[in-house]
Design a protein around this ligand. Sequence first.
Ligand code: SAH
Length: 275
Amino acid sequence: MCSVLHAEKAVEAFILKGHLAEREVIVLDIPRIFTITESEHRIHNPYTSSKLATLGAALRLKPEARVLDLGSGSGEMLCTWARDHAIVGTGIDMSPLFCKQAEQRANELGVAGRVSFIHADAAGHVASEKVDVAACIGATWIGGGVAGTIELLSRSLCPGGLILVGEPYWLRLPPTEDIATGCGATGIADFHTLPGLVASFGELGYDVVEMVLADQAGWDRYEAAKWLTMRRWLAANPHDEFAAEIRNQLSTEPVRYVTYTREYLGWGVFALMAR
Ligand code: SAH
């Protein structure tokens, strides 16, 4: 997500080149802006821990259920569901920082034996052993959009398994394209309304069997948490090459967010089963 929506992460996904000793190493990473602004986030979406818990309970997860999470971020979903429902899980994420944070969280919650996190590009990833739940929460560019991501997840799924998709939708259709871009979208066509999104799952041959929607308070946790992170990062890194960019975002993001995203954009996780 972010001021620019998560969709842009895919477009901007890049290979960061670094130097280690004498040989060049290539580190797969996401754009640095996200690892700066979201470094303190446990959940990189407008979901709160209570929404994540509501979703876990709503899915009636059984102990030892296998869960795959593409774009697992800092691992909060898998780690808390391993603690609360004794699931076992694998997360794949392109950010080395978020993968490291996920492992730390697993240790902290005493579930390191139940979950593992793999630093990799999840595009095209199919589990070697089929899973009961295959998820992509706020990272559907991984499969080239919602339809492609559902198709990708379905390849890892047991018969009768659940697919989870976390995706934005228009709470209110923006009256102008400018308002859509103010929300961080490239245009109104980027997202459906909620009825349009739910109908689109049916058109793909899936039943929507559960749904937990985010709310404005969750959006505030996701967006406003970045502001304090940015302010403190600036104080600690005044001469960093990213300082001007972060300064600019901190100066403009609060007003942009309350004017556009907070008013126009919804977000939710939808649980799907093939018809
Ligand atoms: N699902 C997590 C994270 C959502 S943010 C949560 O809800 O907290 C989107 C995540 O996708 C980020 O962690 C980012 O690092 C990851 N990501 C982006 N492109 C990716 C790719 N091609 N493969 C794997 N992960 C990717």
